[in-house]
Design a protein around this ligand. Sequence first.
Ligand code: SF4
Length: 752
Amino acid sequence: MTEQTKVPASAPSDSLLRRWTGPQTSDLVLSPGRFGLGRVPLRLEPDATTGMVCGFCATGCGLQVHLRDGEALNLSGDPDYPVNLGMACPKGWEALAPLRSPDRAVTPLLRNPATGQMEPVSWVRALDEFTVRMKTVQAAHGPHSIAFLSTGQICTEEMALLGMLFKFGMGGLHGDSNTRQCMATAHVAYKQSLGFDAPPYTYADFEQSDVLVFVGANPCIAHPILWQRVLRNPHRPEILVLDPRRTETAMNATQHLALRPKSDLTLLYGIAAALVARGAVDRDFVEAYTTGFDGFEAFLGAFTPERACSESGITREAFDRAVDTIARGRRVSFWWTMGVNQGHESTRTAQALIDLALMTGSFGRPGTGANSITGQCNAMGSRLYSNVTSLPAGRDFRNAEHRAEVSRLLGIPGDRIPDEPSLAYDQILEGIEKGDIRGLWVIATNTAHSWIEQDRFRRLVGKLDFLVVQDLYASTDTARLAHLVLPAAGWGEKDGTLINSERRIGLVKRVLRAPGEALADFHIFRLVAEAWGCGGLFREWTDPEAAFGILQRLSRGTPCDIAGIRGYRHLDECGGIQWPFPETAAAGTSDPVRERRLFEDGRFFTPDGRARFLYEEPRGVPEPADAEYPFILLTGRGTSAQWHTNTRTEKSAVLRSLYPAEVYCEIHPDDAARLRVETGTRLRIRSRRASIEAQAFVTPTVQPGQVFLPMHYVEVNRLTRSTFDPHSRQPSYKHCAVHVERADRTIAIPRS
Ligand code: SF4
């Protein structure tokens, strides 16, 4: 840890903070918890029930929160919410438990350079420290020597304010979000192919398809409520699952194509080629609404069924059956999640699914679409409004007209708006490695656990002059490395909106007081703005609902236009509203259509209105198995009771009872027999980066030569390899080579 920097003559002081027109920091001391109130948009009756959306995953379930004396007592699934129809997964049912955890951060904490210990400080001191040290870094190393890493877990209004504060107010350029780890591929794939980052579907499509193709997706446990929607499908659909593992979803499918890890691009091109060969192309749709099919058709000539089968390991019989099913389907939908998004050629793989949907005319009709299922509860909000890689509402930093529009709509001087986007997450870390980035602000994410090749990040922290972590807990792996911790309110302790997988904007409400001096992220950003001296730029951002109004203004005329929404109350009354919802859609109707899909008119968001076929020759995996590292490591979600780095889900005793406390490794019975391993045997798993131990779980859900580790355990990303898709810069978590042995032996494992 570095020593605290000296306060320069121009240091902000308490008097600067007092210029702020909102509640003063002294209020915090006098009345902890009051500060997060802001303007409460919906008056909550003391002993009533109020609806809000869940803050874990992007399914976006509606929950009914039951209040006593105006505060949440418990909750249940909302039977009237159009997403979940009364259902909720274990995380949703336990959503209040993490807020009540005794290890919540309740006051700012500052590391004492003499003792190395974190010590409680006032907000005034914390904001002074933040401002002085970040400005000191900038003064010494340039304005772009500070960066932030944010999240898809906070409200849209909050992430928008952060992005604008950092870039337009603090003079920073580089900030990214953990949505880079889950949804960057879908974002780039849609943008390049369809002209805008626009997942086209509505959840009703799960019930209306006669063929559903899931690629690298395990909705049974990752999006269990969406799987319930599949189960409501009355058409006895064919369900195809392409996944190396026999996942819970694969077990419930009608066809499981257990392909070799990362052979999906070749297999998808092979399926496309076979569809062409059997005349299953919707030529009318292709002619009317797309461009580039001729080139794609020629490209597919190299992807014979023999090649697709030999490279993917799929039998010819299974391949032909899958092609036949898709060809005969009338309403075919293609769905993908992290098995696609987290790969070394993930953007082209996602686009192969888009290509398949386009060539079969599977767009804009009920039960169709190339549909990326989003991960985090507000990854979609981050993609549209976080002001990171795109200016708000999908605008381009490099486009002078777009910058001028944003300047005019926000009243921000044009010269404060950068003319280039941020570095991506991995490039920010590279900047730290090179010494170009010296100050880092981490908000509601746990990089020291979740980042690929995790040890590297932990080493890089030592190169930072200043690391700030803003989170609900001071106990996260990343917070424990920080110089300064800012205590944040969580979901349920603040107001705002989240945008779910089907583009539905849902409401989050303040139904509990944040503990101690923890503040809503929105208000922390406002305080930072004031402390920094740029609060004047954000006078209009008085509270989340006012910020939502600003985002509506920014969206007007764009594909994600939400100008027709009449405030938070309208969202509340309608059970959320899907974007786009322009003023023209709002006119004349008090009940927005609840289930809406995009591209019903065949017009896409590209300049010529046509969707593009995009494709590329597949590339080999960067780290194949070899004699020294003979197993392929797969990672993914363990159970529906665990969420990502387990920061919140581990706080619930109920959820803890639903998953193993220690990391476990799924291994095939054949490999287990060869290694003389049984379920419960301690394994040592070694990659070129690190070595960890895990309990064996012998199961045929993984194929011979492959092992699976759930990502929720902190050890797992010590093994993974820094590999990124070149278009989306999304990490490839799903493939690296490892060596496996009994932890009490050191012999190499022979392979048959
Ligand atoms: Fe919450 Fe997702 Fe579970 Fe629904 S499926 S209750 S949104 S975690």
